[in-house]
Design a protein around this ligand. Structure first.
Ligand code: GLA
Length: 348
């Protein structure tokens, strides 16, 4: 099976760069006065906020943007959406935002280790900064707690995935001794590691033996990356008859589900539970159930709208947001996803 890697971001990044260049130019030409001096609150209409995401092709990030747009309309600020798929693009985008007259930005960085460089650049450019989804990592590989952050309660949500898998296994009458766990890992990202570690903890508590929990590392955090990781695992562990699947997000689980199907592990012999709930809607809508049982739906609205609102108030009224905000997840399955997605404003 072949997958197209990142067909959209190339275009959207180009468009975004073009839009930024134009914004920067027009900002520079049309303003007769200098930007407001530091400390003075800009007028509501003059507020410009950037929203940078690492994987603009993923539904999760498109939804964050959708809710950010809603905040921009409600509050009356200009939103600049930027697909920043690598560190260079992030740093260039910050320069462009500053040149275009923005006062702050929200970012899910493509690489958490460049956190210190992002902070330094934002400081020089006098831009306020909120990290969303992926927390920056600083000195000593520690999370940069001094950078305002909104993300998920990753360990808890991972544990809920583990509990759901264990419950489904029992419901089907599968014995722990006959079952293996395919843990699609991406340990270089802290929130990913906390999620898969949480799921693993709960599966161990449910009676699965350590020897039957297999970690399959993704090289890239997307469907092809997970497909490849699961395929390698399945090639090695041919003795396993039934599989439980967990991972960082829906894509991580979907890639593994596809790899399993290719080897004859359909819904009767494998169960996957994702995280995000936004990148698996097509899967849940399929007429015939697949092994993808459900997902922990996260709040794209909190991540997209609330972060913008926090930034807006910070710029306009000087009210700094909470230093660390964590959001929760709720399980969606084929039985309830339509209703829950509607309630959360994700689907009509
Ligand atoms: C990470 C993942 C996304 C999503 C967010 C939620 O960035 O890559 O798919 O799960 O976390 O905060």
């Amino acid at each position: 099976m072949r997958f197209l890697r990142f067909p959209v971001p190339v275009v959207s990044t180009l468009l975004a760069s073009l839009a930024l260049a134009i914004a920067a130019l027009s900002g520079g030409c049309s303003k007769s006065s200098d930007p407001a001096p530091a400390g003075a609150a800009p007028k509501a209409g003059a507020i410009k906020i950037g929203f940078l995401v690492k994987q603009p092709e993923e539904p999760w990030f498109q939804l964050e943007w959708k809710f950010a747009e809603q905040a921009a309309r409600d509050l009356g600020f200009t939103l600049v959406k930027i697909g920043a798929t690598d560190g260079e693009k992030v740093l260039a985008a910050i320069d462009n935002l500053a040149a275009g007259g923005a006062q702050g930005f929200i970012i899910c960085t493509p690489d958490t280790l460049i956190g210190p460089a992002i902070v330094a650049k934002a400081r020089t450019a006098k831009l306020k900064l909120i990290a969303v989804d992926d927390q920056f990592i600083g000195a000593g590989k520690q999370p940069m707690k001094d950078v305002h952050y909104l993300g998920i309660s990753a360990a808890k949500i991972g544990e809920a995935v583990g509990d759901t898998l264990a419950a489904e296994m029992k419901k089907r009458g599968w014995k722990p001794a006959d079952t293996g766990v395919c843990v699609i890992t991406f340990d270089e990202l802290a929130t990913a590691r906390e999620r898969t570690d949480g799921a693993t903890r709960r599966l161990l508590a449910a009676g699965l033996s350590k020897e039957r929990i297999f970690r399959a590392p993704m090289r890239t955090a997307d469907i092809p990356g997970s497909f490849d990781a699961a395929t390698t695992l399945l090639t090695q562990k041919t003795e396993i008859k039934r599989w439980l699947i967990c991972g960082l997000n829906d894509s991580a689980v979907l890639g593994a589900v596809r790899a399993m199907e290719g080897r004859g592990f359909g819904p009767d012999r494998s169960i996957g539970v994702g995280i995000n709930g936004t990148d698996c809607i097509v899967e849940l809508e399929k007429a015939k159930p697949t092994a993808f049982h459900g997902s922990m739906l996260l709040s794209a609205k909190a991540h997209g709208y609330q972060t913008c609102e926090m930034m807006y108030k910070w710029i306009k009224d000087g009210v700094a947001p909470a230093q660390d905000t964590r959001t929760v997840g709720v399980l969606i399955t084929r039985d309830n996803f339509r209703q829950v997605l509607q309630e959360q404003g994700i689907r009509e």
